[in-house]
Design a protein around this ligand. Sequence first.
Ligand SMILES: NC(=O)CC[C@H](N)C(=O)O
Length: 364
Amino acid sequence: MTPTKPAILMLEDGLVFHGTAFGKIGTTTGEICFNTGMTGYQEVFTDPSYYGQIIIMNTVHVGNYGVKDSDVESTGIKIKGLIGRNLEPRFSRIQAVGSLQEYLEKEGIVSIEDVDTRALVAHVRTKGAMNCIISSEILDVAKLKEELKKVPSMDGLELASTVSTKEVYHVGDPQAAIRISVLDFGVKHNILECMAQRGAYVRVHPAKTSLEELEKFKPHGYFLSNGPGDPAPMDYAVRTIKDILKTDKPLFGICLGHQLLALANDIPTFKMHHGHRGLNHPVKNLQTGRCEITTQNHGFGVDPEAVRASDRVEITHVNLNDDSIEGIRVKGKPAFSVQYHPEATPGPHDSRYLFDDFLQMMRP
Ligand SMILES: NC(=O)CC[C@H](N)C(=O)O
């Protein structure tokens, strides 16, 4: 057994947890948030929407099935840090290529275990979103407090252009009958796969691409991706979406893409108390009356009163836990979006029909 090293977690409101170092030895800062999913940790860690955030995994054992090259949603780990009760260095899965410890170390992710995650999650649920610091090199609480003061608030932070692709790239069969131009704000791989598997050839563009540039692909429709940070400062994207809406071509948005579609219709977004992150959030489809169990990862939401008062959009999906807005459609246009993740891997898969609907809108 390698000897353990102490680590400290400190929250912006001064709460301190003493635990054990895991992953890289060092210091990291970000917004603390919790994910209630009991599986799919590698997909969570590589989801670019988590960029800038430190994740508490609520489930007790994380790492026990190791890591695998294909279980990723982007090219590498995007979370800023990881907090767990038991982050497991040993693993058991035939397909696994390495341990969580090696993976976090290789990707430079400072983490902490042996934390009472039940108490910590209860605290975040009560007090709401805030920043935190983890360190396995500075064990002086006063110094950590000073470091933590330098961290910007997630409220108002534009992060999408940082994680977006720098170069245009393609996914799917170039001969496919349907072409989709994607605006990448931090897209998850499986979203592109879900479109390619259904017969689309997809071109992925940097976040700040104009409609004129997107049109060069001669797309049958447009897609607005998920992504990190606050949608409110993303004026560049809102302008492009307004231009896309004028084309009257099909448009689909997921998560950050949903929030941006709302903003493009003059519906504001807001910072939620502590957000939704997990894989069992119940959503009701108001058109069919059916319930879907969904994966979610968001800390901002679309203003419910403004949506209800809008004469430009209608609500298609609501959250059955807290009545928040989960889906909208623009009246008189083939444009729709959802706050949750229909592409979720490992699942649930209840909402995959949204990709079928989107592709159907573009079929000749
Ligand atoms: N998954 C996402 O696209 C997240 C959107 C946005 N960053 C939020 O936290 O609400």
